[in-house]
Write a protein that binds this ligand. Structure first.
Ligand code: SF4
Ligand code: SF4
Length: 209
């Protein structure tokens, strides 16, 4: 009648103890008694709060903290910037022509001038890392790069390169899994080389007249 079933917030489970506490809470000084009851009930439970930053959180090694760039692998294909749903990857480059060598043709290649990620916009979806065909982007579990100035959250390639030192090594393969394709290809190439007859060093001997 008095709406007691609706008095408790929906987030609390219904039960006899909560009904009693609800009634106690409406008495004079009942709020204090109710608070003390909650304190008594929870003080014996294990604490789940962490004293960060004095105590560092125990994060899984593959946590998505920050994105690292291995610049040497980047071919400026622009795939990551095109696929990023937030458009928060900025890439600038120019072309450089390499002189012809050994009778070949001159070659052009892309030189990376700027690679930046705006972590104020990034939603840590990981699409850029997934789509990079040249293994140039990696997750690092580092997360302590908060800034007072939002502009500082745009990390240029030098800073993204520094994060590479914090990228954990790849996980070991499952012993019962198939060996990686690269390993199989390397073993085949090695076996092929072993079967090939050894060629004598130096120029080929001249034929007898
Ligand atoms: S993690 Fe997602 S949002 Fe962030 S830069 Fe990569 S693709 Fe863009
Ligand atoms: S997808 Fe990879 S290789 Fe291509 S521009 Fe992005 S980081 Fe560089």
């Amino acid at each position: 009648m008095c709406g007691s079933t609706n008095a408790a917030p929906s987030a609390f489970p219904s039960g006899a103890s909560y009904a009693i506490m609800g009634r106690v809470g409406r008495l004079p000084g009942g709020g204090l008694a109710k608070g003390l009851a909650v304190t008594l009930r929870t003080m014996t439970r294990r604490s789940i709060t962490r004293q960060y930053p004095e105590v560092q959180p125990d994060l899984p090694p593959r946590s998505r903290g920050v994105i690292a760039l291995f610049e040497e692998n980047c071919t400026v294909c622009m795939l990551c910037a095109r696929e990023c749903p937030d458009w928060c990857i900025y890439i600038d480059s120019h072309k450089e022509t390499l002189p012809a060598e050994g009778g070949g043709r001159a070659r052009t290649r892309n030189i990376l001038d700027r690679f930046a990620i705006d972590f104020a916009l990034c939603m840590y979806c990981g699409i850029c890392i997934e789509v990079c065909p040249f293994d140039a982007l990696f997750w690092s579990p580092e997360f302590e790069y908060a800034e007072y100035d939002i502009a500082e959250l745009t990390h240029e390639k030098e800073r993204l390169r520094e994060w590479m030192w914090t990228v954990p090594p790849p996980q070991a393969h499952d012993p019962s899994a198939e060996p990686p394709k690269e390993l199989g290809a390397a073993e085949k190439a090695s076996a092929r080389n072993a079967r090939r007859p050894a060629s004598p060093p130096g120029p080929a001997p001249e034929a007898d007249a």
